[in-house]
Design a protein around this ligand. Structure first.
Ligand code: G6P
Ligand code: MG
Length: 219
């Protein structure tokens, strides 16, 4: 049965994709090309470094190491300005309901995110105290779909991977959960997240009975 829950951050707990998008778009425009919302989809769950590589590919730009490093810093500085203004109103619907339900049942909760800004964001939206373990972009060497981020989270919670469930909005994140031998729950478009064990458009569509069921299943 499921005895621990791991949440992705961006796109599951908060919708920060729009801020990532604005910051990447600004950089693209400065470099003289367009960056669309559709292209931004490719950036979900993908590390900052890899995102910049893809962005430069889109713009057909070859960068020196110095340029690359500078643009990484610049993008993040812009992104941080948006995060600075975040508050609890930006928490996605029914996330607190699910977190409170798990807390009340004393179920261990972890964060498993590719972002290096995960802690400040959780602080801003006032959810930091819910998490028994936080594993983020500062802790991993291998990006999703590699299972590393979720395996470290399971170890920190002291729970076997097979007993963990992961909430993810990115294809690479669902694959990482599956690769970790965990139950994967897609939050978002079921057609996009077709590899997930279960899928909901958002948490308002997921009943607490569903979680209860997974927690009591013999396995
Ligand atoms: C999440 C987001 C990605 C982002 C990555 C790194 O996975 O979905 O779009 O690129 O985190 O975020 P960071 O805050 O470290 O730049
Ligand atoms: Mg995500």
């Amino acid at each position: 049965s499921t005895s621990a829950f791991i949440f992705d951050l961006d796109g599951v707990i908060v919708d920060t994709a729009k801020y990532h998008y604005l910051a990447w778009k600004k950089l693209a425009n400065e470099l003289g090309f367009e960056f669309t919302k559709e292209q931004n989809e490719l950036f979900k769950g993908v590390s900052r470094k890899r995102c910049l590589e893809i962005l430069l590919d889109i713009g057909g730009i070859t960068a020196s190491q110095e340029d690359f490093d500078r643009w990484m810093v610049e993008k993040n500085e812009d992104y941080l300005e948006y995060i600075e203004k975040m508050d609890a109103s930006e928490i996605l619907p029914d996330v607190p309901k699910v977190l409170n339900f798990l807390k009340q049942k004393n179920i261990p909760i972890a964060l498993g995110s590719a972002s290096k800004n995960a802690r400040p964001i959780l602080e801003k939206v006032n959810l930091l105290s819910y998490f028994d373990a936080i594993v983020d972009g500062n802790d991993v060497t291998k990006a999703k779909p590699d299972p590393e981020v979720f395996l470290i989270a399971a170890r920190k919670l002291n729970v076997a991977p097979e007993k963990c469930l992961v909430f993810e909005d990115a294809v690479a994140g669902i694959q990482a959960a599956n690769n970790a031998n965990m139950i994967s729950v897609g939050i978002g478009d079921a057609l996009v997240l077709s590899e997930a064990d279960h899928n909901f458009n958002d948490f308002t569509e997921m009943s607490l009975d569903f979680l209860e069921g997974l927690m009591s299943t013999q396995a």
